[in-house]
Design a protein around this ligand. Structure first.
Ligand code: URA
Length: 232
């Protein structure tokens, strides 16, 4: 059960205070109830609620696709840097969103924000082998031997051996790399361990969800029904 004002805040564009105002102004109706108050408790999955005569659709979770720009950190708050949450308006961030996995401050591209903790855990679990595809550029040509070493898995300085991955070479200093895990600075460390250096990194795909080319850096859009499926 949830208070009506909270239900409206979660499922419409209204802020908490606007929801309270809308209820007081008589703009909100609940099927089967004569009296509607801000603290009226409803069962959010079954109550039929109308705002200005339009039924309010119950959304269990929020999912957004963000095109992360440079210099923004994948955290919910940071005292020094702009975070991915600073890029979405309050009508979304009020839902308790967090980024699904992390991109480095200097990595660009696809970040998914959600408030579905269980769903995020599922897609991040190495057991589920969810593929993440990154476009990369590196400082030196990547020779076939180094490509193969990276693909097979490398024991990094901290003793961790990376899972096999796939590299598709575009030019000698660029291509796409597909990982099924997400260790700290993994791609940079993989290239570093063969004496190379990543100079550009952009995530373009996460579990079959592709970064929407219509999104400029810093822009976002809700995931569609098809895209949400990986979290269910
Ligand atoms: N690997 C990295 O090194 N950095 C990222 O941001 C993502 C994967």
């Amino acid at each position: 059960m949830i208070r009506l004002d909270k239900f409206l805040t979660n499922n419409t564009n209204l802020s908490r205070s606007e929801s309270v105002k809308a209820i007081k102004a008589g703009r909100v109706k609940i099927e089967g109830l004569n009296k509607v108050l801000q603290d009226t408790k409803i069962d959010e999955s079954s109550a039929v609620v109308f705002l200005d005569g339009q039924q309010v659709a119950y959304q269990k979770f929020v999912y957004l696709m963000l095109n992360k720009p440079l210099g923004v950190v994948s955290a919910t708050n940071d005292t020094q840097h702009k975070t991915v949450l600073d890029l979405v308006p309050e009508q979304y961030s009020k839902h308790g969103l967090f980024p699904v996995g992390r991109l480095d401050k200097d990595t660009l591209g696809l970040v998914i924000l959600t408030n579905n903790g269980q769903g995020a855990h599922k897609v991040l679990s190495p057991k589920n082998h969810v593929k993440k595809v990154y476009k990369y550029e590196c400082a030196d040509p990547l020779c076939e031997q180094d490509k193969q070493k990276i693909e097979l898995g490398i024991t990094l300085k901290d003793g961790y051996t990376t899972k096999p991955c796939k590299i598709k070479i575009t030019t000698e200093k660029s291509g796409e790399i597909t990982l099924t895990e997400g260790k700290y600075h993994e791609i940079k460390r993989l290239f570093g361990s063969v004496g190379n250096k990543i100079t550009y990194l952009e995530r373009i795909c996460f579990g079959g969800i592709t970064l929407d080319p219509k999104l400029n850096r810093g822009e976002f859009r809700p995931l569609n029904q098809q895209e949400i499926k990986i979290f269910e």
